[in-house]
Design a protein around this ligand. Structure first.
Ligand code: KG4
Ligand code: ZN
Length: 340
């Protein structure tokens, strides 16, 4: 019998229907992602009902494709890992129901995985040497968390956003300057032609917790800037607004995160989540970490945004501790990191 652990992983918490086959937590045999972005772009954001319906339509096909691309049969799987929260409840339920049905029919053990734990674990896939402890900044459309990864599956949340998530701020500002949805990649691209020093937007501090974030003030500052310019009949240079906004977000993230890394003396820092694919953010962290002699880890862009390979990586570290979920596993839309 092989000592390898091969996991079929399923992710459907938002607008990506995804399945992957992952060996020993770090080797991706297949990673299939059906993105619904084109569908939601029409409405300027994710429409939960449409997301659920599309997940139902696509889930079986995506799972079959993941097994086929990995050249594996279902019976080769040691476990089925599935995201059960946090996320949109109707979307999560599709993945959870599919995973439970497969587990029930095949007898293959089921493991419920936390979506943010998945994002953090994406770092293990391409950085074979990365082991806890380290600090991870999770920046996605729904979450902004600064986390100490104490060990596999053990997390201490140092700070989180008080209002908008980092990705949400990108999406809202992009809409305001007419770039459309999803805003992050569009602001990333258009900023390359802009001057990040053109407009000084605020860098918010949260008085009670030095590691918490707040992005709604920045978003309002951008909206006020746009309104004032419109009223005065001044030209709005979209690349300058985008680059200046992006710099403000990146400055705050870098300052908070690297302060924590130095304070905890860990010397290892990782980023995760959709916003972690931002090119300016990656370059700024790269340089700042080099200057401070901190090892910097980040997943490839395709493993930053939602995918199932990251769920397979997190699921593996749950699996080897003996963690298993029952067929009563349910979707938990507000699941907190560290809870089971
Ligand atoms: O992790 P993710 O795929 O989904 C959640 O779990 O939320 O993150 C999606 C978010 C969106 O807000 C999107 O605008 C943002 O990540 N994003 C980016 C970039 N690519 C995606 N933000 C900034 N720069 C990017 N290149
Ligand atoms: Zn995500």
């Amino acid at each position: 019998m092989s000592e390898d652990v091969t996991i079929l992983a399923i992710e459907s918490s938002c607008d990506e229907t995804a399945a992957a086959v992952v060996r020993n937590g770090r080797e991706v045999l297949s990673n299939v992602i059906f993105s619904q972005i084109d569908l939601h772009t029409l409405y300027g954001g994710v429409v939960p009902e449409i997301a659920s319906r599309k997940h139902i339509e696509k889930i079986n096909q995506v799972i079959e494709e993941a097994l086929k691309k990995a050249d594996r049969k279902l019976t080769d799987m040691d476990a089925i890992a599935v995201t059960y929260g946090p996320g949109l409840v109707g979307a999560l339920l599709v993945g959870v129901s599919a995973a439970k049905a497969i587990s029930f029919a095949s007898g293959i053990p089921l493991i419920g995985v936390h979506h943010i734990e998945g994002h953090i674990s994406a770092n293990y896939i391409e950085n074979k040497d990365l082991e806890p402890p380290f600090i991870c900044l999770v920046i996605s459309g729904g979450h902004t968390h600064l986390v100490v990864v104490k060990d596999y599956g053990q997390y201490e949340v140092l700070g989180r956003t008080r209002d908008d998530a980092a990705g949400e701020a990108f999406d809202k500002v992009a809409r305001a300057i007419g770039l459309g949805y999803p805003g992050g990649p569009k602001i990333d691209k258009v900023s390359k032609e802009g001057n990040p020093e053109a407009i000084h937007f605020p860098r918010a501090k949260v008085a009670e917790n030095e590691y918490d974030f707040s992005f709604s003030g920045l978003k309002s500052a951008v909206l006020n800037y746009l309104n004032a310019a419109n009223m005065k009949g001044e030209e709005i240079v979209v690349p300058d607004v985008a680059a200046s906004f992006q710099k403000s977000v990146v400055d705050v993230l870098v300052e908070h995160a690297l302060d924590a890394v130095e304070k905890y003396g860990l010397k290892k820092f990782a980023i995760a989540g959709g916003v972690a694919s931002n090119s300016t953010l990656r370059a700024t962290f790269e340089k700042a970490c080099r200057e401070r002699d901190i090892a910097f880890y980040h997943p490839s862009p395709i493993l930053c945004t939602d995918n199932a390979a990251m769920i397979g990586a997190a699921g593996y570290y749950e699996y080897i501790t003996g963690a298993r979920s029952g067929l009563d596993l349910n979707a938990v839309p507000n699941l907190k990191l560290g809870e089971r």
